[in-house]
Design a protein. Structure first.
Length: 207
């Protein structure tokens, strides 16, 4: 008798070369602009300081050559063949006072969806900050069936990350950040961006 598992979700994790250098570049921008950031319309969270809809800040991040260079160094190791990507959006989220981010995905425009979402843990302490939480995209469907031999199946997954890590995951994957006690002296700061793959030579046309 065989047990065969299918449709596992793959995500990728790497570590930036010099996170301290990136903190020197980005944290002053966060400190300067975070009080001007508004929670985007449609988000359920409150108080979070995010530059998601601020084009000026997005442009500032995009123009940081060192930031983009270190990100590309990590991402290129995620691909096993020649590739080209476009970064669709880039923004920061800063948590200091019990903020949270509700479950969501980064598919974006239905006519031109992103392929991957990326999160860089710029300032992060797993001992005091909430982790990123993934939800199984088939969780609701699993409840409609008897799942024998599930091997202690859990519908939530918590990536094991540390400061300086960058993860890339399918844009359709729901993820969230739970509220945690205030950390005014140690902000949880992440930089997120969406990626569209415009070329990947590893696709097998015969499959």
């Amino acid at each position: 008798m065989k047990q065969i598992k299918a449709f596992a979700v793959t995500y990728y994790k790497g570590n930036v070369r010099d996170n301290e250098k990136l903190k020197e570049l980005v944290i002053p921008l966060v400190d300067e602009t975070k009080n001007d950031c508004q929670v985007p319309e449609g988000w359920l969270t409150t108080k979070i300081k995010t530059s998601f809809e601020n084009d000026k800040i997005s442009n500032s991040l995009s123009n940081m050559v060192e930031l983009k260079s270190q990100y590309f160094e990590v991402i290129k190791d995620f691909f096993d063949d020649k590739f080209q990507i476009e970064v669709d959006d880039i923004w920061y989220n800063s948590y200091t006072d019990g903020e949270y981010q509700e479950a969501h995905n980064h598919l974006g425009d239905a006519l031109a969806p992103s392929h991957f979402a990326c999160v860089h843990f710029l300032s992060f302490d797993p001992l005091i900050h909430s982790p990123l939480t993934f939800t199984d995209p088939m969780a609701n469907l699993r409840h409609l069936s008897i799942n024998m031999n599930s091997e202690n199946y859990e519908q939530k997954h918590y990536p094991n990350v540390r400061e300086g890590d960058l993860i890339m995951f399918p844009a359709y994957l729901d993820h969230e950040v739970k509220s945690f006690p205030p950390t005014p002296d140690s902000p949880r700061i992440t930089i997120s961006f969406n990626v569209t793959v415009t070329r990947y030579d590893g696709l097998d046309d015969d499959d």
